[in-house]
Design a protein around this ligand. Structure first.
Ligand code: NAP
Length: 282
């Protein structure tokens, strides 16, 4: 789909790049020629990912750390600049989330998600953004979700934090456009990962996964390569004039939830035919 050297000479920081979707997108950027800086709290997970990437001749630096801690983010930026000289793009991917009735959430639980998703995105954006301002060039892509604009019960801290990330994306797209830094977001629907599935699938509700799939017009979950391709395009210079945009990749899931007549997809063909015949007779 892309030329092999699409991202050559670019250094890309991927938060949460050692596992899940972050790892998949990072690997694809590396295969397309980028230098990678991957961060996350678990050193061994990052090292395992880096080992896999190195076997594919990808240049990779691991930066263990917590996006909630500004000093960790500053260390990551310093190490990235020491190794690669510049940072061209940031993928804000690290996140935390779990399902709970909102009235059962402790102050700490609510704050933890806001701190990782919203504050973590801000910490990385502000620290690496200042370097990009100096270079008069940069690209910041953030992973949100479709409920950043619809809201969603049972994941209120995540919905509030992702809505904040989307507002930051659009605001800075305007404010920092003058520095030649662009901001975009990707809103994925469900893409199975160990992390998301272990925290977001209610145990014992075996039908939940099938119900979820059935609500998606395309009747399937997203496949990693589909997200990797979209992220690679948005992180590349091929999309240089796209700024302040959010691209949804969910097989039509959210819009189906919003459409008043979406449930009519369940009607059998015979019923549609009977209705058409009735209209013809009038
Ligand atoms: P995941 O498997 O849970 O991975 C999350 C990553 O973030 C891990 O690598 C984790 O590494 C890192 N992370 C978590 N807290 C961190 C912290 N405080 N500091 C630094 N790194 C931290 O999640 P995923 O399913 O791949 O999702 C990736 C992104 O896509 C997230 O932004 C998520 O909200 C979004 N998304 C996913 C789906 C889906 O269906 N999977 C749908 C919509 C949106 P450590 O634990 O080692 O820190």
């Amino acid at each position: 789909m892309f030329k092999d050297n699409l991202l050559e000479n670019k250094t890309i920081v991927v938060t949460g790049g050692g596992s899940g979707l972050g790892k998949s997108m990072a690997r694809r950027f590396g295969e397309l020629g980028a230098n990678l800086v991957i961060s996350g709290r678990r050193k061994e997970v990052l090292e395992e990912a880096a080992h896999e990437f190195s076997e594919k001749n990808i240049n990779v630096l691991t930066c263990p750390g917590d996006v909630r801690k500004i000093e960790d983010v500053e260390t990551m930026s310093k190490k990235a600049l020491e190794k690669f000289g510049t940072v061209d793009a940031l993928l804000n991917n690290a996140a935390g989330n779990f399902i709970s009735p909102t009235e059962m959430l402790s102050q700490n639980a609510f704050k933890a998600v806001i701190d990782i998703v919203l504050m973590g995105t801000w910490n990385c954006t502000s620290v690496l953004g200042k370097e990009m301002i100096k270079n008069k060039k940069g690209n910041i892509l953030s992973i949100v979700t479709t409920y950043a604009w619809t809201g969603s019960p049972f994941v209120v801290p995540s919905a509030a934090a992702k809505a904040g990330v989307l507002a930051m994306t659009r605001s800075l797209a305007v404010e920092w456009g003058k520095y030649n830094i662009r901001f975009n977001a990707i809103a994925p629907g469900p893409f199975p990962t160990k992390g998301a599935w272990s925290r977001l699938m209610p145990p014992g509700f075996d039908d939940f996964e099938d119900d979820m799939k059935n609500k998606i017009p395309m009747k399937r979950f997203g496949e990693r390569h589909e997200l990797e391709n979209l992220a690679s395009y948005l992180i590349s210079d091929g999309s240089a004039y796209i700024n302040g945009e959010v691209v949804t990749i969910d097989g039509g899931e959210w819009i189906a939830g919003a459409g008043e007549f979406s449930d009519l997809t369940k009607l059998p063909e015979s019923m549609w035919k009977a209705m058409a015949d009735r209209r013809k007779k009038k």
